[in-house]
Design a protein around this ligand. Structure first.
Ligand SMILES: [Zn+2]
Length: 309
């Protein structure tokens, strides 16, 4: 059930780790923030113009990870698993200070982020949460990939089909998740993955410099190269659901709707968010009335979407 008030962290909390694509060690501090301020990343290694608002309009690259950038060229990569942890834990407002260009990959999932946030605890703020309630079906197709969203009463559902013809082990995995479920552990512990034969190609374009079996599931033929194997049978598709939730957190508010995605990824999700918000007839901005299923239409103002809430 959605809670009606916005939340932030109880207190500041710090952690550090290596960036998957940059290979650089980064220190991160999560700092509580006020109602209606949303999620902002701040590059403390840069002297000025170092704030980047976590919004889909600021995505500058969605190749293998989601990268956001401000008008002055300051950027942060691989934000999606941290954003998914904010989604899952119910964080609305926060400043993310970091002294490098990429959020640490940790173990390749959102497990450590969720643990850090749960250990710290949340503080309820006075501001009411705003939701983006989908009013009609929107869809986007690109080659063999597709994504659509349909209206629902008061929840966010994701149905994902992975169509990985190149791997006999992954092939066609399907799963669906309702994000109002109490326990989303199978989603937030699901690690990022790659095929062994793709690693050289990914590294040759300057990505995955910090990649290892400690932060990604690596598949070779019918084998998982990681000791201990998979965390769940559907870990691959569960990770794609995690990525999608993290990217949807860039909407500026939680979305009420049912998403179905076939073989998509960060780039398709970003194009889809642009399509949804290009037409005000696709959605309403609503407030939840004390966690009942009734929602009240408040702000059909597209501009408000620039701020997370
Ligand atoms: Zn991911």
């Amino acid at each position: 059930m959605w809670e009606s008030n916005q939340k932030t962290l109880n207190s500041e909390i710090s952690f550090s780790g290596i960036g998957l694509h940059s290979g650089v060690n980064v220190d991160v501090t999560l700092i509580p923030a006020n109602s209606n301020s949303g999620i902002t990343f701040k590059r403390t290694d840069l002297e000025k113009n170092n704030e980047i608002i976590a919004n889909f309009k600021n995505v500058s690259s969605a190749k293998l990870c989601t990268k956001i950038e401000n008008d002055f060229g300051a950027s942060v990569s691989t934000i999606e698993h941290l954003m998914a942890a904010f989604y899952i834990c119910g964080v609305d407002n926060l400043v993310v200070n970091l002294n490098g260009p990429e959020v640490p990959i940790m173990d390749g999932s959102a497990k450590d982020f969720v643990k850090i946030i749960k250990n710290c605890g949340l503080k309820t703020l006075e501001g009411k949460r705003k939701f983006i309630k989908i009013k009609k079906k929107v869809e986007l197709k690109e080659d063999d990939k597709s994504i659509n969203i349909n209206p629902t009463t008061n929840n966010f559902e994701v149905k994902f089909t992975l169509n990985y013809k190149k791997s006999p082990l992954i092939q066609n995995q399907k799963n669906s998740t309702n994000f109002q479920k109490k326990n989303l552990e199978e989603i937030y512990v699901a690690r990022t993955f790659c095929l062994y034969e793709d690693i050289e190609a990914i590294k040759s374009i300057g990505l995955a410099k910090g990649g290892s079996l400690d932060n990604a599931v690596v598949v070779q033929g019918n084998k998982i190269l990681n000791e201990g194997g998979l965390r769940s049978k559907k870990e691959f598709v569960n990770h794609k659901i995690l990525d999608l939730a993290g990217d949807f957190m860039l909407s500026g508010a939680r979305v009420i709707g049912s998403v179905e995605c076939i073989h998509g990824g960060h780039a398709l999700t970003n194009e889809f968010l642009k399509k949804i918000f290009s037409d005000k007839n696709n959605y309403d901005i609503v407030e939840n009335e004390s966690s009942s299923s009734k929602v009240r239409k408040i702000l059909p103002i597209h501009k408000r979407l620039a701020v997370n809430a």
